[in-house]
Design a binder for this molecule. Structure first.
Ligand SMILES: [Zn+2]
Ligand SMILES: [Zn+2]
Ligand SMILES: [Zn+2]
Ligand SMILES: [Zn+2]
Ligand SMILES: [Zn+2]
Ligand SMILES: [Zn+2]
Ligand SMILES: [Zn+2]
Length: 1774
């Protein structure tokens, strides 16, 4: 194949040498030293590279910096945003037009000083360069086309002789497209090209990456046949993607291999050329001149136009070349922009018919060109680009949909794809207009107007598009298409706003555009065509109304022309233009465009909306509702609803007020209603649907009136600014609830420019207070400042119905709390601009006042039928507006007060206030009266109380009570009643609690000792039922104080406290029957979950070992038989379920189910049995401690164990059935003892309990689950010989159960430690019941007969005993002592036979159990002493706590000298660092002496012994160290024996500080005084010596003396390092940068697309990608799944770095979790959509950590997947 390195050496290097006349390396180095690169950065972004934009300085959001420039620029201290690039695009550093300030980073600022010319690049050099460049370009242009023209010509001189096509000289090449899925292509390849699946995957990955791949190399015929076969392959279109392209075949071609090689080289050459151009300004200058030569094949025009003929990589190479070559200098950029504009139509049409993503099309270059303001303006002025864009759009996208001069999209999804592609034109348009110039030149203005004319043409066909007619009779046959129209609106809305924005700043433009829009409106005939007008009259006023009936004729929600007119109209006032002044200019037209005509379409639309609300359009289906939703949605309303209201306001200000109201009433069909005789007419009609609709229409009418009058926070309508408008919006939003930052910014419309963000920040801080997040889960939220609730308007037009009721309720609560009138009065309104001033007149016109009085009259008339309370509320709101408008004194012409007596407003209000039927509105009425009186006081101060109403005093008496006053009266009355009923309720509550306690306490707690007799305790208070059991028993001993150590509770040893029995009653959660644990009764179980785990494997030795099993259990108890039924049900459900979102990675897993009670994920059951001591308690005296001679001592125990070890080891396979008998062992071990003593010591159970037959089933099921779990962890199941029956009784399941027990206990201990919980702290039930059930199950199982016949078991026990007692096998240094302890505890004692058969021992705290603990305690102690490093400890101590006293010093000093000497001796003899030190010093001395001897020529020949110092303070340090090292072991042991013996922890145990060494020792019956163990006279010291003299330890010392030798010993430290997730960068952008150039491990040329970090070990993986699909079992899985299998034992926590997403994976399933990175508002940013700087939140990270540490990931995944809304994902491809 093609060799890149060779090509570089033989062609490119030669080329460079030719150009520069020097060796390439040195020439380029000289060039670099000369320091002329560029003042702009122009770095082309790779996919996934981080980009930064400055929110303060960026001209628009497309201005970005690369990381190098950003880090060196001033913007890093500004408010910036961060995102990741999708590839393409370049750094804008140094571009004057991209930034408002700080244009340069330090690096590029420095470059400005460099001269443009160069000493190295002489004329001659440039001349040669020109020749080379030309050649390069010509070559590349010729060869890169998919069907190269030049291929055969080039090869003619080569090895192709006429017709003689020898051998495999051709290739079939397959190309990328966006219409076929990966799977489709793989299918084709495997079927047609007969590729192996794996190869097919690789080919597909290559196609996706590079845009093409060679499928086959063969003769021309073979290749061509394959091509035809592939092309003929019709891929059956799937139902969802019935896209015409889908039916197309894959694109293929047959190329000569020579041609492929040339293409490959051309790509390489282009890549090199791009980098070469970056090196010098003069190179780029040459390049730019070259491509401008029109006659050449490589001129810009050609490059632009032939883009579509290339495949993906080839395109990208050319794009990069253009960016580097043309975009770094302004002049070149302009040239490119001009060429681009001229070819725009062709390029775009090619793009639309092409099938590559936008990013891979030359069209994507537009963002580089059109966003430069000066270039954009030049193009508008001189290239007519504005017009051209719209013209192209009109031509390619919408022309074909025009019917009857209006757009009508058919319901054809296929059209959507190309429509979507065409929409990119509108994005370009948006870029083009994004920056409005300060001053417009004439050229620019006329270019702009040209564009506007094209825009008008588009708007004209949009006016009334997708119109709808009310459906009566039957429902619509099909839901009409509506999305296309809205998409078009959304895409165009920004442009419309931009155009209006441009016009607002330029009078000439404004005037022209106004006329243009008037002309367009007049020319458009939608609705206002030739409608008849009829006269209508209300309250003595007559208006000539258009009679367009909305309920039968078509209406549309799309009225862009009218809205555009409204938008322009708003700006007239600022330039002193008015409707009238312009009318004279457009006389001929304006005669046709009357105010009535302006509002008519909008009024029709609003009448339709009102009718929809009144239920008249039900048969029109959902599409209409969707449209109405979007009409007011934040994404559309700026150019829809908002403009419509402005339009109505224009009408209201231009028309006579009464006339305006009559028009609206007419359109709403309410003329009759507005007449006073309406009630009497109505009385004759029945109350039907029609009538109810009428009532609703009245509501809608009044609300529209409120909106027209009240919604005037719009610049142009009132004297307000854009900020005021935003402020109002935010206030109203915050009245409904508190918003987080992201919610708020989503709820507000996007601004046009990048700086809307800043306005938002400014405004939000003036109106709201940011409340910092409190917990890990909560976000920070904004709350409205208290005083601003006054500005609340309940009829705010952007509220949805839900918003409105929520806000109203909150407002009422707030006002109640503040003891104000409970109502939602209207806010004060801003002052209208002169143009809109006359709108205020509505509030005092006759029609208005008569409507108000009509409603009030009808409200007072109990018989009235045409009234609802909401009418009154709205009328009050309107009156409130009227009163407040007059109070504001903005409008001298307002005389509402003067007119009101004529209508009796005040009297009616006062009457309303007294009306009991309208009590709910009384506060609002009172508020209105209050405001009215204020107005009265202001208007007629002399009148005083002599106004239209009666005097104040008398009024005061009659004055109805406000709701608050009334409430307080009622309160008193109620208080009495409450007191009476309270007693009753209390009694009820008590009994309820009692029954709750009965039902639940039993169900929940296995150790709850509450018995029926205790019911009398309820007298102490209902809430104290959670009394502390066991306390009563301990009390007497505890009272005497903790000082006397002997008095403490111990669970083991001679001082052992005995188990006192507990209640074993439960309620089965499935059948709800009471069930008691009994030995022979039906077994009880609790659902449990077993998983493989490596969480606490933190040492190298552990990491190398196979994973352990962890068990968890929720503790809810059920009958085994009940559960079985439940389980088989679940099992069959699971089998029926389609495997939609999971793939069984291993069939070995048990079926997962959920605990029927709490839904905890489970896959097995644990038996629930009674407390262990209950089995042996009958045979032992249970209150007094044993006399010393009643049991065997520790040394006898050790002897017995040793003997047993050899007995077991000596057994031959045949003898397996007969275990060594006790008598033999006793005899052989030489222990003088009688059987009784022995039996007491082991707590022999003389009559083994009969078990229920089901019990063994439970254990078998559990064993199977354990076995299945381990098997899934074995990477290659095939390694096991097939067909081996899985006999659950015989294989390693038993020790597996014990190992599971020890692992689970250790994990629990570490979890408690990490959450800073001491042992005595209250454990959650799931931990407690899990530990207890597990230990009990182990203990019971250890006595099960199946063990006695288990050869593996005896072998295991023999090896264990040999290791522990005979120093064979591993040494104490290599042990995990707790793990050994648990195996020892369960695996040994039952392997002795009595006279009549096997013994039955159920470990529950016998003396032998105690000895086992002692043995392991001594072992652990020995290890700690051995490992102690005096120097290290001393150093650590001085570093950490230099002044702290040695706590053990006092103790050491008071020790008897004998013991202290023993300690010193033991230390010197065995301590490893001491021995190493001694050896080394001795060796050194010996060498020195040798030197001396040689020097002096004589020797003394006497070895001198070095003595390692060991002073009391060393010993104190040692003891402290030992205590610390023992802590984990002791805590585990405490937990373990707590479960085994059922003796609770004493109250001396701390609940709020770390557990203490001596307390734990006491509890375990161990002597906490460490000195005791060094007494040579005791068996302790003997045992320690025996542990310490293991040969491995001596070897370890020797190896340590020679630092270079490899260690053969894997030391397991006493305290393992705690499990940790990897530390993360604090700043998220550092994290992104750290992976920005990481390559896929399978393909070193490809950057990782989805770099994913394993948070357990820190590896970076190539996630969810076709390039990395390793095999697991027989399945191809994603790199993460594969990694998780090994790294986390089937669970994984991954951070997808570019999306900022955390993924949990577990056994083929997964879920997304909250990432630990938060922005300054305490919010995460999954997918980096918001782009705020993110920082690591330790609390959030530690939550992930604890979830992992607590083995909760599977559970979390299951919980999140339970939610049906979760998108289905192929997690195993992750
Ligand atoms: Zn840069
Ligand atoms: Zn820079
Ligand atoms: Zn900045
Ligand atoms: Zn049951
Ligand atoms: Zn449960
Ligand atoms: Zn990869
Ligand atoms: Zn890992």
């Amino acid at each position: 194949m093609f060799k890149e390195a060779l090509a570089k050496e033989e062609i490119i290097d030669v080329l460079v040498e030719f150009m520069l006349g020097d060796s390439p390396a040195s020439a380029l180095e000289k060039l670099r030293l000369e320091g002329n690169t560029a003042t702009v950065c122009g770095k082309v972004f790779k996919n996934g590279e981080p980009t930064y934009s400055c929110r303060e300085c960026g001209v628009d959001p497309t201005c970005v910096l690369c990381v190098n420039c950003f880090k060196r620029s001033a913007h890093r201290f500004h408010k910036y945003k961060m995102s990741t690039s999708g590839g393409g695009g370049c750094c804008d550093c140094g571009d004057d037009e991209a930034w408002k300030k700080d244009h340069y980073c330090q690096l590029h600022l420095a470059n400005r000083k460099n001269p443009l010319e160069s000493k190295i690049l002489t004329e001659a050099v440039l001349e040669r360069a020109e020749i080379c460049f030309g050649a390069i370009l010509a070559f590349c242009v010729n060869y890169l086309e998919i069907e190269p023209n030049a291929s055969l010509q080039c090869l003619e001189g080569g090895n192709v002789k006429d017709g003689q096509l020898d051998g495999a000289q051709f290739c079939t090449v397959l190309y990328n497209d966006e219409s076929h899925t990966f799977d489709q292509v793989i299918q084709t390849l495997t079927k047609i090209a007969k590729c192996r699946h794996k190869d097919a995957m690789e080919i597909v990955a290559a196609i996706d990456r590079e845009g093409r791949a060679v499928v086959k190399c063969d003769t021309f015929k073979e290749c061509n046949d394959l091509k035809t076969a592939i092309e003929n392959q019709m891929i059956p279109p799937s139902a969802l993607l019935s896209n015409p392209r889908n039916n197309q075949s894959l694109r293929t071609s047959v190329l000569h291999i020579g041609a492929v090689a040339c293409q490959q080289f051309a790509l390489q050459l282009l890549g090199w050329f791009q980098e070469f151009l970056v090196r010098h300004y003069l190179f780029r200058k040459t390049f730019a001149e070259l491509v401008q030569r029109k006659q050449e094949a490589f001129c810009i025009r050609h490059i632009l136009e032939y883009d579509v003929k290339l495949w993906k990589t080839a395109r990208t190479c050319w794009h990069r070349l253009l960016i580097s070559g043309m975009l770094m200098e302004y002049d070149n950029k302009m040239v490119l922009a001009q060429e681009f504009s001229r070819r725009y139509a062709t390029i775009v049409e090619d793009f639309i018919s092409d099938d590559h993503d936008h990013a891979f099309s030359i069209v994507s270059l537009s963002v580089q060109l059109f966003t430069v303001p000066s270039i954009a303006h030049h193009l508008i002025a001189h290239e007519g680009i504005f017009d051209k864009l719209l013209h192209t759009f009109y031509h390619v996208a919408i022309e074909k949909f025009i019917q009857n001069k209006t757009l009508h999209f058919s319901k054809n999804i296929a059209s959507l794809t190309f429509f979507k592609r065409a929409n990119y034109i509108l994005y370009d348009l948006r870029y083009l207009l994004s920056l409005k110039p300060e001053v417009l030149s004439n050229d620019l203005r006329s270019g702009f107007l040209e564009g506007c004319r094209a825009l008008m043409r588009v708007l004209n066909v949009m006016q009334g598009m997708e119109s709808i007619t009310r459906q009566t009779g039957q429902h619509m046959d099909y839901e009409p298409e509506w999305e296309c129209a809205f998409n078009l609106h959304i895409k165009l809305a920004t442009t419309i706003s931009q155009v209006i924005e441009w016009a607002a700043g330029d009078v000439k433009l404004l005037r022209k555009l106004y006329k243009m829009s008037v002309r367009a409106l007049v020319g458009n005939s939608f609705i206002v065509g030739a409608e008849k007008a009829e006269a209508r009259s209300v309250a003595g006023h007559v208006a000539s109304c258009l009679m367009y009936d909305v309920s039968v004729k078509p209406v549309s929600i799309h009225l862009p022309l009218t809205r555009f007119y409204a938008g322009i109209y708003l700006h007239l006032g600022a330039h002193d233009m008015t409707y009238d002044s312009l009318q004279t200019e457009t006389e001929a037209l304006n005669s046709k465009l009357t105010p009535r005509g302006i509002i008519e379409p909008v009024l029709c639309t609003h009448a339709m909306i009102a009718q929809v609300a009144a239920g008249m359009w039900r048969r029109n289906g959902y599409s209409l509702l969707h449209q109405l939703y979007f009409y007011r949605n934040v994404r559309c309303r700026v150019e829809m609803l908002d403009r419509d209201i402005v339009c109505l306001q224009i009408g209201a200000s231009l028309m006579e007020s009464n006339e305006f109201l009559i028009h609206v009433l007419n359109k709403f069909n309410l003329i009759a209603w507005a007449h006073s005789n309406y009630e009497s007419v109505l009385a004759e009609n029945p109350v039907d649907d029609e009538f109810m609709r009428q009532l609703s229409m009245i509501d809608e009418f009044l609300e529209l009136l409120i909106v027209i009058i009240g919604e005037r926070w719009m610049p142009g309508v009132s004297i307000v600014t854009e900020e005021d408008r935003l402020r109002k919006e935010i206030i109203q939003l915050l009245c409904t609830k508190s918003y987080s930052h992201s919610e708020l910014s989503r709820a507000l419309p996007d601004g046009n420019g990048g700086n809307s963000d800043n306005i938002f920040e400014d405004v939000i801080n003036t109106v709201a207070v940011f409340k910092k997040p409190v917990g890990v889960d909560s976000k920070g939220v904004y709350e409205l400042k208290e005083h601003l609730f006054e500005e609340f308007n309940v009829y705010f037009y952007h509220y949805t119905k839900e918003d409105k009721s929520k806000a109203e309720e909150l407002q009422r609560e707030r006002r109640k709390a503040k003891k104000q009138l409970v109502c939602c009065p209207p806010p004060m309104l801003p002052q209208l601009t002169p143009a809109f001033k006359s709108m205020a007149n509505i509030l005092q016109c006759n029609v208005f006042l008569s409507i108000c009085t009509l409603v009030m009259d009808r409200a007072l008339d109990a018989r009235s039928r045409s009234f609802t309370e909401s009418h009154l509320q709205k009328v009050l709101h309107l009156l409130g507006f009227a009163i407040q408008e007059e109070l504001s004194e903005h409008y001298p012409f307002l005389s509402f007060y003067e007119r009101s007596p004529k209508y009796g407003i005040l009297e009616k209000l006062e009457e309303l206030a007294r009306c009991p039927r309208l009590e709910a509105h009384r506060d609002f009425v009172l508020w209105t009266i209050k405001r009215y009186k204020e107005l009265q006081a202001k208007q007629a101060p002399s009148d005083g109380g002599a106004g239209p109403s009666c005097s104040k005093q008398s009024a005061g008496e009659e004055q109805p009570l406000s709701s608050e006053e009334q409430a307080s009266q009622e309160k008193k009355l109620r208080a009495r009643m409450v007191a009476e009923s309270r007693a009753k309720i209390m009694a009820q509550m008590k009994s309820a609690q009692k029954s709750f306690m009965k039902n639940h306490a039993e169900m929940f707690s296995a150790s709850d000792k509450e018995s029926a007799g205790e019911d009398s305790s309820t007298a102490t208070g209902a809430m104290e039922w959670e009394d502390i059991p066991a306390e009563a028993n301990v009390e007497d001993e505890e009272e005497q104080g903790a000082v006397a150590l002997k008095q403490n509770v111990a669970c083991l040893g001679p001082e052992r406290k005995f188990y006192t029995g507990s209640d074993n009653n439960f309620k089965c959660i499935l059948c709800f029957e009471n069930c008691a644990i009994s030995r022979s009764g039906p077994p009880l179980v609790s659902s449990a979950f077993v998983q493989t785990s490596r969480v606490i494997f933190t040492t190298p030795q552990m990491r190398a070992s196979p994973s352990a099993l962890h068990m968890s259990c929720c503790g809810h108890v059920m009958h085994y038989s009940c559960w079985q039924e439940y389980y088989s049900n679940e099992e069959s459900k699971e089998q029926r379920r389609p495997h939609r979102n999971r793939v069984a990675l291993s069939p070995a897993h048990n079926v997962e189910f959920h605990c029927p009670y709490c839904r905890t994920l489970s896959n097995t059951v644990l038996p629930v049995t009674e407390a262990l001591p209950a089995f042996s308690s009958s045979s032992t005296p249970n209150t007094t401690p044993l006399a010393t001679d009643s049991y065997l001592p520790l040394d006898s125990f050790a002897e017995i164990m040793r003997t047993q070890a050899s007995e077991l080891a000596a057994m031959k396979l045949v003898e397996l059935k007969t275990l060594p008998s006790v008598t033999t062992i006793l005899r052989k071990s030489g222990v003088v003892a009688d059987m009784a003593q022995f039996e007491r010591s082991v707590q022999l159970i003389p009559n083994p309990p009969e078990l229920h037959s089901n019990y063994s089933d439970v254990m078998a099921f559990l064993s199977k689950a354990l076995l299945n779990a381990t098997q899934s962890q074995q990477p290659h199941p095939k390694d096991h010989p097939a067909g081996t029956p899985l006999d659950t009784d015989s294989i390693e399941t038993v020790p597996m159960l014990w190992d599971t027990c020890s692992y689970t206990m250790q994990s629990l201990e570490i979890y408690l430690f990490e959450t800073q919980k001491p042992l005595k702290a209250e454990l959650p039930m799931r931990h407690q019941s899990c530990a207890i059930n597990l230990v009990r199950a182990c203990s019971r199982f250890s006595a099960s007969p199946s063990l006695w016949t288990n050869e593996w078991q005896t072998e295991f026990a023999a090896r264990l005993l040999d290791t522990v007692f005979n120093q064979k096998g591993t040494s104490v240094l290599e042990w995990d002592c707790f793990r050994v302890l648990v195996s020892f505890q369960f695996g040994v004692l039952n392997l002795m036979a009595g006279e009549s058969g096997p013994l039955t021992v159920i470990p529950s705290g016998s003396m032998f159990d105690f000895y086992i603990l002692q043995t392991m305690f001594l072992a652990h102690l020995t290890k700690a002493v051995l490992c102690f490093d005096a120097d290290k400890e001393q150093a650590k101590r001085t570093a950490e706590t230099p002044h702290a006293e040695l706590t053990q010093l006092g103790y050491v000093e008071q020790l008897p000298t004998r013991i202290r000497d023993n300690m010193v001796a033991f230390y010197r003899r065995y301590n490893i660092p001491a021995r190493v030190l001694q050896r080394n010093t001795q060796q050194q001395l010996a060498e020195e002496r040798k030197d001396e001897e040689q020097g002096q020529g004589q020797g003394q020949g006497q070895e001198q012994t070095v003595v390692i110092p060991c002073e009391p303070h060393h010993l104190a340090l040692l003891l402290e160290y030992v205590q610390r090292q023992m802590s984990s072991f002791l805590r585990c042991a405490c937990l373990f024996y707590r479960c085994l013996t059922d003796v609770d922890f004493p109250d001396t145990f701390p609940t709020d500080q770390p557990d203490r060494f001596e307390l734990m020792c006491q509890y375990l019956g161990l002597d906490p005084q460490l000195g005791v163990y060094f007494d040579m006279e005791t068996v302790y010291a003997t045992m320690m010596h025996s542990f310490a003299s293991h040969p491995h330890i001596g070897r370890e010392v020797e190896e340590r003396c020679q630092p270079d030798t490899a260690r053969s010993l894997q030391v397991e430290p006493c305290l393992r390092p705690l499990p940790r997730l990897i530390p993360l960068y604090d700043d998220y952008s550092d994290l992104i940068n750290s992976v920005s150039d990481i390559f896929c491990p399978n393909n070193e040329r490809e950057e990782m697309k989805t770099p994913t970090m394993c948070l357990i070990c820190g590896s970076i993986l190539c996630g969810q990608s076709y390039c990395c699909q390793p095999e697991l079992g027989k399945l191809m899985v994603g790199a993460c799944t594969h990694h998780a299998h090994a790294c986390g034992a089937e669970v994984g926590i991954f951070l997808r770095i570019r999306d900022c997403q955390v993924v949990y994976l577990g056994r083929g399933k997964g879920c997304f979790a909250q990432p630990p990175y938060l922005d300054e508002y305490g919010e995460t940013d999954q997918g980096l959509r918001r782009g705020n700087p993110l920082r690591l939140c330790q609390a959030a990270y530690s939550r992930i950590f604890l979830q992992w540490l607590g083995h909760g990931l599977h559970e979390e995944i299951a919980r999140l997947n339970d939610n049906t809304n979760v998108a289905v994902m192929q997690w195993h491809h992750m």
